[in-house]
Every structure is written in C-alpha cells, then in structure tokens.
Design a protein around this ligand. Sequence first.
Ligand code: URA
Length: 286
Amino acid sequence: MISAAERREQLKSVFEQARDCTRCALHQTRTRVVFGSGNADADLMFVGEAPGANEDLQGLPFVGQAGKLLSKLLEEIGMARDEVFICNTLKCRPPNNRDPHPEEIEACSEYLHRQVELIRPSVICTLGNFATKLLRRDQTGISRLHGQEEVRLIGARVVRLYPLYHPAAALYTPTTLELLRADFRRIPELLAMGDPPQPEAGPDEPVEATDQLGSAAPVQARRASSSRAPGDGARPSPGGPGDGTRADASDGAGSGVGPPAHGAEGSMVPEETSAQPPPADQLCLF
Ligand code: URA
C-alpha cells in the first residue's frame, strides 16, 4: 500500500506532465495549465468545468467570483479550502470561455483519473454539467441530479459522487444558490460515512483497463477494504448545451461552468479587478 507521501510525490509528477501537455489544441491558447490545488490527501474533492481568465493567468482553480462563493459555502459547513482538493474537468482554458469540446474532455480525462487515483477522496462533488456528465458517463443534467449521491467507480477508486450546481450558476440566481447551499449542508454527513467499500485489488493495482473515468452504472457495495494506507495523514457534449458554470444558466438552473464568450468570466463571473502578474504554473498542495 502506497503512503500518502508517495501519492503526493506521484501527484506532483502528474502535474509536471500536465504542465507540458499538448494533447489538445488548448495548449496553443492557454497561459497556464491549471492542474488543481489543495490537500493532496483530501477526503473531499471538487471537480469544476474549466479554467476561466483569472485561473489561466494565475495557474490556480476557482480564484474568481465563483471560487469565492465556493470558499464561502465551504466555510458555512465548517471547512476550509486547504482541506479539500479542487480541480477541473479541463486543465486549460477554452478560448473566450467557450464550452469544452468533447475531444478536449477526452484528451484531459486521464489527468482527472490520475488525480482521483492518487488523492483517494471519499466524496467527489462534481460542479455543474460537464464534470457530472463525464464522471457519470451519462447525459443526465445537473438540475435532475444535484444533491443525490451515488457510489461510483471512477477509474480504480470507488467514491461517493455528489453532483452539485456550479457556483457560477448560483452567483446571480438566488434560487440556485439556495439549492446549492442546501446540498452543501449534506457534505459533512457524506464525509462521515467514510470511504465506500473499495474493489478488492485496491487503488494501487489496476482494477479495470477499460473505463478510466467511471463505470456505466452505479457500483453496488463491494468487499470492504480501506483504501488508505496506515499513517496516511479533494451540450450534447459531455457537458450538454447551456451548461452554465462559467457562463450561462440553462439546463434548468444552470449546470455547467465556465465564463461566456465575452469578459473574463462572462456575465456570471465578473472580471477580477486585481489582476496579478502570472506566477509560475502552480500546483498548490497543502
Ligand atoms: N469555473 C470553473 O469551472 N473552474 C474554475 O477554475 C473557475 C471557474
């Protein structure tokens, strides 16, 4: 069983690979690869849609208005950002904050799979349609799924998958915000349930060579085995049209993420006023 420290080192290696990634055309327009940030051994992981303008400049996820809301919602349930791991479906910003394309999601999915495998969260909150549709391998929209947890196999890891509205969709829609807040309140209960039973092989060994990012159907309880090593210390494309996380708010109350094709984070995520000089590509681990 590999230790938390070893998993953290491996996560850094995956980051090094992602930093030079040219698997899709987004490498031509990105400023920084936004790999993710937070606790490399988090029980709770958030997966958003894609970096916006601020994230692209800073190399860190959720640093704009949607990120501030995410931090606030975490605080309201007694948690801090440095306890969780936050990343996105895409690690590079789509130009003008357009929706992710299916081939970009596919090309990037291995990084997300590796992150889940190495961080070993118990609970993954998908934020909006793109992450939810990808990790569930199903086109059902977030307005139908939000707040309903299910046990799912994501690569080699069985997790409690908990779809949530994207914070950007909640920024200017009070009813969505209240739904998101109510769903957030259940997170501590899900975390208290601990790891779902894991596949017998454990996450250090390949379980299935095929579906790297989620089984087609929810996983029934398997033989219980703790995945943590002793001493271990978060539009008909996969997102569907009008996903609404960085931009619009279709699909009922909006479900995707990502700024619209204008402005830094579009109408839902206003431009940050304090643009910072771009630092080196970042993997901010706690
Ligand atoms: N929206 C996202 O989905 N991710 C970010 O990092 C910022 C906004």
